[in-house]
Ligand binder design. Structure first.
Ligand code: AP5
Ligand code: MG
Length: 214
């Protein structure tokens, strides 16, 4: 099961990808989490990516494509995976298609979690993230058991640098310009499923499972 999660920043891609990965026992590959991890570790990749991310811009394609293609060649990916936040531009999608073709496989579904911009701006202010394991919380909709602490790994939860309102607006602008065209790209391939992401997060998940099958 090879799945791509599409959707605007804050639509709930990460939240749903985490649940899908657990249910179907496939790795959750989030390029945003990979970058944030590299930034917190101070790696060369992290240093290159940081400035773009903090401004709400996309990291250049060449910094991301090989990283993902290397990751999907790992042995835990043979049965499938869920890509969250990749591809994000048409050239990234074309690069992925080419790499998958060379591997003798293809993407099964692209799931677009659709949420209007106004709702996204409301959601982002309440998001809290674990920079250690990538888990996502919301102070109202998905609170951790203990305030400020990750349920999964016990690390401190933080507000992401790029979740400040001005940066969120920029990320939405970049999304509409560069990432939204992927919806038509996957629709044309006949593998797009649009899900209403404004419902409660458990109901969004139920819709996804109803579509993917038990
Ligand atoms: P990335 O981390 O992928 O950020 P993003 O796409 O902006 O998406 P988010 O993680 O912000 O949102 P999400 O859709 O995962 O929502 P979440 O589940 O957290 O990327 C960060 C940056 O890295 C990019 O800006 C870019 O610079 C760079 N980058 C990454 N990949 C790249 C690529 N391929 N190419 C170039 N650059 C790249 O949910 C949001 C909040 O809402 C949470 O608090 C959650 O608890 C809550 N919530 C979720 N669902 C619901 C619901 N149904 N109802 C109520 N609340 C909900
Ligand atoms: Mg995310």
């Amino acid at each position: 099961m090879k799945i791509i999660m599409l959707g605007a920043p804050g639509a709930g891609k990460g939240t749903q990808a985490e649940k899908i990965a657990e249910k179907y026992q496939i790795p959750h590959i989030s390029t945003g989490d990979i970058f944030r991890h590299n930034i917190s570790e101070g790696t060369a990749l992290g240093k290159k990516a940081e400035g773009y991310i903090d401004q709400g811009l996309l990291v250049p394609d060449e910094l991301v494509v090989d990283l993902v293609v290397d990751r999907i060649h790992q042995p835990d990916c043979t049965k499938g995976y869920i890509l969250d936040g990749f591809p994000r531009t048409i050239p990234q999608a074309q690069y992925l298609d080419k790499a998958l073709k060379e591997m003798g496989t293809n993407v099964k579904w692209a799931i677009d979690v659709h949420v209007p911009d106004e709702e996204i701006i409301r959601r982002m202010s309440g998001r809290r993230a674990c920079l250690n394991c990538g888990a996502t919380y919301h102070i109202e909709h998905a609170a951790p058991e203990k305030e400020g602490v990750c349920d999964k790994c016990g690390e401190e939860l933080v507000q992401r640098e790029d979740d400040h309102p001005e940066t969120v607006k920029k990320r939405l602008e970049v999304y509409h310009e560069q990432t939204q065209p992927l919806i038509a790209y996957y629709r044309d391939k006949g593998i797009l499923k649009v899900i209403d992401g404004t419902m409660d997060l458990e109901d969004v998940f139920k819709c996804i499972v109803a579509f993917l099958g038990e």
